[in-house]
Write a protein that binds this ligand. Structure first.
Ligand SMILES: [Mg+2]
Length: 167
């Protein structure tokens, strides 16, 4: 039961993503969450590291998209400089926004990975769609209130996952 919430991979940050490893798996598209995955929710524009990272992904032939549950203004401003496809108010863990994103990226779920910091939002919808799911540690301890409420039970799932995969 609990396994349905397990990510395929659990890493410290997006910068640990090994592009070549994904290519070998046949994955050529990355869909990123923004808040606490690429930046803390109170940081409005991507820093140099995020920008260089996205450049590198694109140079390496990855298709990249951003899928956020946050409001239009936040997502518009953040994505403007990154020159990527994006969707705001995506309604994760609902699948509508994610399906739309994959369509726009012209990729099928099995060729794409979703990278995010929340089990019950990002990982859950990726798993249900049969995408490769990557959980990252939240950048910052500070969360929006609703997110904070979910962290307790998330911790339970993460502990179970770490225990299981370290056997
Ligand atoms: Mg997030």
């Amino acid at each position: 039961m609990i396994e349905r919430f397990y990510p395929n991979e659990y890493i410290d940050s997006v910068y640990e993503l090994d592009i070549n490893k994904f290519k070998k798996k046949g994955i050529s598209a990355f869909v990123f969450d923004i808040d606490n995955t690429l930046a803390p929710f109170f940081v409005k524009i991507p820093d140099g590291r995020v920008r260089r990272f996205f450049e590198r992904l694109k140079k390496n032939g990855m298709s990249v998209g951003i899928l956020s549950n946050n409001k239009r203004k936040r997502v518009d401003i953040f994505c403007r400089e990154l020159n990527v496809i994006y969707e705001y108010k995506a309604g994760k863990p609902g699948l509508r926004g994610l399906k739309k994103m994959l369509k726009r990226l012209e990729t099928k779920p099995s060729s794409a990975a979703l990278i995010g910091d929340q089990i019950f939002t990002d990982i859950w919808c990726a798993n249900r769609l049969g995408m490769y799911s990557v959980l990252v540690k939240p950048i910052c301890k500070k969360d929006q209130f609703v997110t904070w409420l979910k962290r307790g039970i998330e911790g339970y799932v993460i502990n179970a996952y770490v225990k299981e995969t370290s056997k």
